[in-house]
Design a binder for this molecule. Sequence first.
Ligand code: AMP
Ligand code: ZN
Length: 419
Amino acid sequence: MYWEKEIETLERKDLEKLQVERLMKTLNQAVHSPYYGRVPEIRKAIKTGINLIEQIRELPFTTKDDLRNDFPWGFLASDKRDVVRLHSSSGTTGNPTAVYHNKHDLNSWANLMARSLFAAGVRDTDVFQNMAGYGLFTGGLGFQYGVEMLGCLSIPAGAGTTVAHAIPSYLGRLYDVFKEEGLDPRKDTKLHTLVIGAEPHTEEHRLRIQEMFGVKAYNSFGLSEMNGPGVAFECTEQNGLHIWEDAFIVEIIDPITLKPVADGEIGELVMTTLDRQAMPVIRYRTRDLTRFLPGECKCGRTHRRLDRIAGRSDDMFIIKGCNVFPMQIEGVLMKLPEVGEDYRILLETIDDQDEMIVEVEVKKDWFKGDLSFLDKLQKHITHLVRDEVLVRPLIKLVEPGSIPKNEGKAVRVFDHRKK
Ligand code: AMP
Ligand code: ZN
């Protein structure tokens, strides 16, 4: 049932005790870095000690800009010679940031990955294929060392794969290729589990992926500043992502007041590493918006569950006075059987008016349909999207495969408005 039963099912009070202990250790390590060495609150916390996890709120936040500004060595808390790996944010927004790991950190990360995959039902009898890029992006090596620790047979590519990891937007394209080759992934592969993550996606998208490939698809969340994948993962219950609280302290704050939100409310995820030596990061503002799910999980794990990421605070755009998250639009589109695997949102100024154009790929079989069918579909989507985001979109139906693909994570929004 568990990779590490004791730690995964630790009683909350013992888990919090462990967190406090590890936080003190982390602060003592972090203070060796040029950046945290300059933070008076950290020096003070080390002197007076921390007894309650809530006292973490007395420490300042760390932002992506802080990491960038002190590039390359400002956050390194150990001897350079101990560092064995560098990873970097894939640059979802702006310049990349570097994260360093020593051997202990890599081992701890691989263990979190193995624990996560095990929770999603992956076993050492599985054959694993990683369809994410290996490079600075953490979704390559992060999974590789995790499945090896778990004991799966990992193959670069090939027949017999039973478990695979991929970015959700890539899977639509993969499915189209299967179809073009006259293959049905449900019947012509041995795949039973997909691990999907690294970019926002909706429950509707997950259901579609499960249907297309005939698998269970598990949500995997992580960010390079907190190692990468293996931060939070769904168990076989598929009802939210357990966030590994022996390795991270998790807070959810109101991004404006910076105070904790009420339990169960959506806010910005803030995280502190608890088991990292080369580069501890304290109260990192992830910009990811989510909430804690209430209640206990049937699987018996005591680590709290996060709801799927609703989006990043910097994903939100305002058009005609309304706040819109791309995932609201995706949720509408992925429910419709006629809609294909890709879409994008263009914000344009037309005749001095700001407009939201949504390009939607239509599935091949439907795209061949007559014009009145396409006209009806277009009107239908227009209504559904308007009801969801309160702005009337211009819906443009396009041929499957015609939307340009991005290497790596999907880019959904293109803002060309005259400012
Ligand atoms: P990077 O550090 O460049 O790999 O990017 C990390 C970011 O990817 C996170 O902060 C999230 O915004 C996004 N991300 C990763 N996993 C997920 C997921 N399962 N669902 C939604 N967004 C995700
Ligand atoms: Zn669970």
